[in-house]
Design a protein around this ligand. Structure first.
Ligand code: PLP
Length: 439
């Protein structure tokens, strides 16, 4: 007789049979079961423990199963689990108010969405309606979400005010390690990237450009903290040409960089801020746009042609109130900044000295990338097969990593302790040592 399937195997089999997964060819998938979590660890169905250095999709900033957030969701479920967006709801208003409190001055309204992609969709829509222009400039090496066609496929009147020219233009942003600008210093990279951006604005026709949309720190693309002065330079270009600056804080915001918003460290204010992930650590799906007063006022006497059934869902709102409250009360953002500066940053720098495989480490807070290369001179990225093997080896030692292209992103929850950070980094160190000796 065949041995009975393990609980993990049962979950995997049920998943394989019925769940269609994101961004994947379905045939060869073997998703890892996770059944529970607490703080920075998760467990599979057989009690194997993993230290979560991924924060799932870089969203569980407050850690797994934070009791205050779980309790707030439960309490709201008892009171009112759902309500249409057109009604006034106290929990929703409180969530919006708390988000505005941590945003810069001059932002008093929030439009809630279901996640990050539709936050960007709606920010783009606002910028287009506000400026009467069509084009949107964003960066190569960025990720802003997975929607785009739904409203144009819509058959009723809501389609019509949204039928814009689909003008998406891309520029290269600053990324000194793989500079597109032959730069050798951060200052050169910054100045040349800004020159390139401004020339694209002029060449496209400034009067056609509604928005420049940037991740404050491009995340999935490689945790590329912009050099000092870059975001300020972009702000100046936007002001010079009447362009709306949308900063996508979906991944970088709510603590990840050790700030409420990543742009806080760059001394500038955008016109629209998009958020999701860390605002409630993904306990309930939610995202949104924080709207500057000037853009909000534009819609005082004009219809905003956008909306979602679950905009400002009460369970999401309750989880935001509790999560933002806990982040404030428990100094969670300060912890992210401190662990980044005192533990993760110095230890990654030390790993980079010892391991030939590491081309560069960069980041802040709990938002870091280790870029792996076959050759430090040519900076040739390691192969996908090597990354797959590294990931398996990290998992084998109890570390759940976030792996993208040729990089390991060190992106644990903001609540990580020094001990947990050391434990995870020890595992990365051991696995890199093992790989070096096998080469
Ligand atoms: N923007 C950024 C910077 C992201 O990292 C993501 C998701 O990873 C998104 C937008 C899309 O968010 P969602 O997957 O919630 O739609």
């Amino acid at each position: 007789d065949a041995a009975p399937a393990t609980p993990n195997a049962d979950i995997s089999e049920a998943d394989r049979t019925h769940v269609f997964h994101s961004w994947s060819a379905q045939g060869s998938l073997a998703p890892m079961p996770i059944v529970s979590g607490a703080g920075c660890v998760v467990w599979d169905a057989e009690g194997n423990e993993y230290l979560d250095f991924s924060s799932q999709l870089v969203n569980v900033n407050i850690g797994h199963q934070h009791p205050k957030v779980v309790a707030a969701i439960q309490a709201q479920a008892e009171l009112l689990t759902t309500v249409a967006p057109a009604h006034a709801n106290a929990t929703r208003a409180q969530a919006a108010a708390m988000i505005c409190e941590v945003a810069p001055a001059g932002f008093s309204k929030v439009f809630f969405t279901n996640g990050g992609a539709d936050a960007n969709e709606n920010a783009i829509r606002m910028a287009r309606l506000f400026t009467g222009r069509d084009k949107v400039i964003s960066r190569y090496r960025s990720y802003h979400g997975n929607t785009g066609a739904a409203i144009v496929a819509t058959g009723d009147w809501r389609r019509i005010p949204n039928e814009y020219a689909r003008g998406h233009v891309h520029v290269f942003g600053p990324y000194l390690y793989r500079s597109e600008f032959w730069a050798t210093t951060e200052q050169e990279e910054c100045a040349r990237a800004l020159h390139h951006l401004e020339r694209v604005v002029q060449a496209e026709g400034a009067s056609t450009i509604a928005a420049i949309l940037l991740e404050s720190v491009p995340g999935t693309a490689g945790v590329m903290t912009p050099p000092k002065g870059y975001l300020a330079g972009v702000r100046e270009i936007c002001d010079r040409y009447g362009i709306v600056l949308i900063l996508d804080e979906v991944m970088a915001g709510f603590g990840r960089t050790g700030e409420w918003f990543a742009f806080d460290a760059h001394g500038i204010t955008p016109d629209l801020i998009t958020f999701a992930k860390g605002v409630n650590s993904g306990y309930v799906p939610v995202g949104g746009v924080i709207i500057s007063d000037a853009i909000a006022a534009h819609f005082d006497d004009r219809v905003f042609p956008g909306g979602l059934t679950y905009s400002g869902h009460p369970l999401a709102a309750a989880s935001i109130v509790a999560a933002v409250g806990a982040m404030r009360e428990e100094g969670i953002i300060d912890n992210a900044r401190r662990v980044g500066a005192e533990v993760i940053g110095p230890r990654l720098a030390a790993l980079a000295e010892r391991h030939e495989l590491i081309g560069e480490v960069r980041g802040s807070g709990v938002f870091w990338a280790i870029e792996l290369v076959d050759d430090r001179e040519t900076r040739t990225p390691v192969s996908a097969a090597t990354m797959g093997a590294l990931k398996a080896a990290l998992l084998g030692r109890g570390l759940l990593p976030f792996v993208a292209d040729n990089r390991i992103h060190v992106v644990p929850p903001c609540v990580i302790t020094d001990d947990e950070a050391h434990r995870g980094l020890d595992i990365i160190d051991a696995v890199l040592t093992e790989f070096a000796s096998a080469r």
